[in-house]
Design a protein around this ligand. Structure first.
Ligand SMILES: [Mg+2]
Length: 387
């Protein structure tokens, strides 16, 4: 079997451009991949246009390892977020094609399921004013949608430090969410790499009474010694450290693992070259007793791929999901993802990824030139003005 063509389709939403990739073959089987890169959609499309004749067209979709290796190596330049996202779209589509060719769900091709359901957490649910009463109400609304774990970034536009009134405000917001959800629901604190180590540690200490299940990206992602410094001070508070969504290749995780600077790995398969690379990373993390909580800010194809992989990872912890708090047409763009019920996804179905693109929906909501800036006021409302 040979790949004969690729077609990207971009779905514009309030704050994300979701890029789908349709991969066609000479045997009539069609696979789909997806990625959502923050603010760099056209860069990924440009990369794919250049890579398609060189690597993708003419490749056998069953030879995933070879295709990914060539795309990572033969350009010579280092692979980062753009390249690893482009590769991931093709790679995931190949798994979809293989599953359809063999009439099997993708998770059955990856060693089979070790979990009979996939634990989920909600994100994107707090698109409200940054007041305790509005966060309280939004948390209750998220629980009503079936979630038993909620993640949020209460830190506004913070960068490196926070002014004293902001610190007080943050504590009030987290207190309100814990009050709303009760003691049994998990709350996960997202720092988005905002802080220097001392501020991250201070805020973790302030929030420790509300029993967060993790603190995420306490410092920017490049300096793992700084992460280790923060992690060593946060560990005595009993709060795990989660990170990894802005690391894109296997070697970028080496120092993180050797330092044992995190407890939970949040790699995003759509920015990490796809399913197989991420499966290997999970095995490597397992040797350090680290758990996998894969990042997923994508649409339905990303989510389906994440669920198939999650089912097969022995050290899987929990899966991120946004799309119960997004425009309804995001799910409609590729129906087939199981819903979250009582905090869990059911195992996804097949064959392949088990989702089908609705190109009419995508065409009705085209690319939007937008800038999602996590360091601007009110970014958390996720209503981005067009450039
Ligand atoms: Mg994050």
């Amino acid at each position: 079997m040979k790949i004969t063509g690729i077609t990207p389709l971009v779905l514009g939403t309030a704050w994300r451009n979701i890029t789908f990739l349709k991969v066609e073959t000479d045997e009539g089987l069609v696979g789909v991949g997806e990625c959502r890169v923050v603010n760099r959609t056209e860069a990924v499309l440009g990369y794919l246009a250049e890579a398609a004749p060189r690597y993708i067209i003419g490749s056998d979709p069953f030879e995933i390892e070879k295709l990914v290796q060539r795309m990572m190596m033969e350009d010579y330049m280092r692979a980062g977020d753009i390249v690893m996202s482009g590769i991931a779209m093709v790679e995931v589509a190949c798994w979809d094609i293989i599953g359809k060719a063999l009439n099997q769900p993708v998770y059955r091709l990856l060693g089979g399921a070790v979990h009979d359901r996939i634990k989920a957490y909600a994100n994107g649910w707090y698109t409200v004013e940054r007041t305790p009463s509005e966060f309280h109400a939004a948390a209750l609304a998220a629980l009503a949608k079936g979630y038993r774990a909620l993640k949020f970034d209460p830190f506004g536009a913070g960068y490196y430090e926070l002014e004293r009134p902001e610190k007080v405000k943050v504590v009030g917001l987290v207190e309100a969410v814990r009050d709303a959800v009760g003691p049994d629901v998990e709350i996960l604190i997202e720092m988005h790499g905002r802080f220097n180590p001392v501020t991250a540690v201070e805020m973790a200490r302030e929030l420790a009474p509300f029993k967060p299940s993790w603190v995420e990206e306490p410092v920017p992602p490049e300096n793992l010694a700084a992460l280790k410094k923060a992690a060593d001070a946060i560990a005595p508070l009993g709060i795990p450290i989660a990170t990894g969504e802005r690391l894109h290749t296997m070697p970028e995780f080496r120092e993180l693992f050797e330092l044992q600077a995190a407890d939970i790995i949040q790699v995003d398969l759509t920015h990490f070259g796809g399913i197989l690379q991420t499966k290997k990373l999970a095995a490597w993390a397992d040797a350090y007793y680290m758990l996998m909580a894969p990042h997923n800010v994508g649409g339905p194809v990303s989510t389906a791929a994440a669920l198939h992989l999650a089912a097969t990872m022995p050290n899987f912890k929990i899966q991120e999901h946004f799309n119960d708090f997004a425009e309804a047409y995001v799910k409609d763009a590729a129906p087939g993802v199981p819903p979250v019920v009582d905090g869990y996804f059911a195992l996804p179905s097949g064959p392949g990824l088990g989702v089908t693109l609705n190109e009419d929906v995508i065409r009705a909501h085209p690319y939007r030139p937008l800038h999602f800036n996590l360091f601007a006021a009110d970014w958390h409302k996720r209503q981005v003005a067009r450039d």
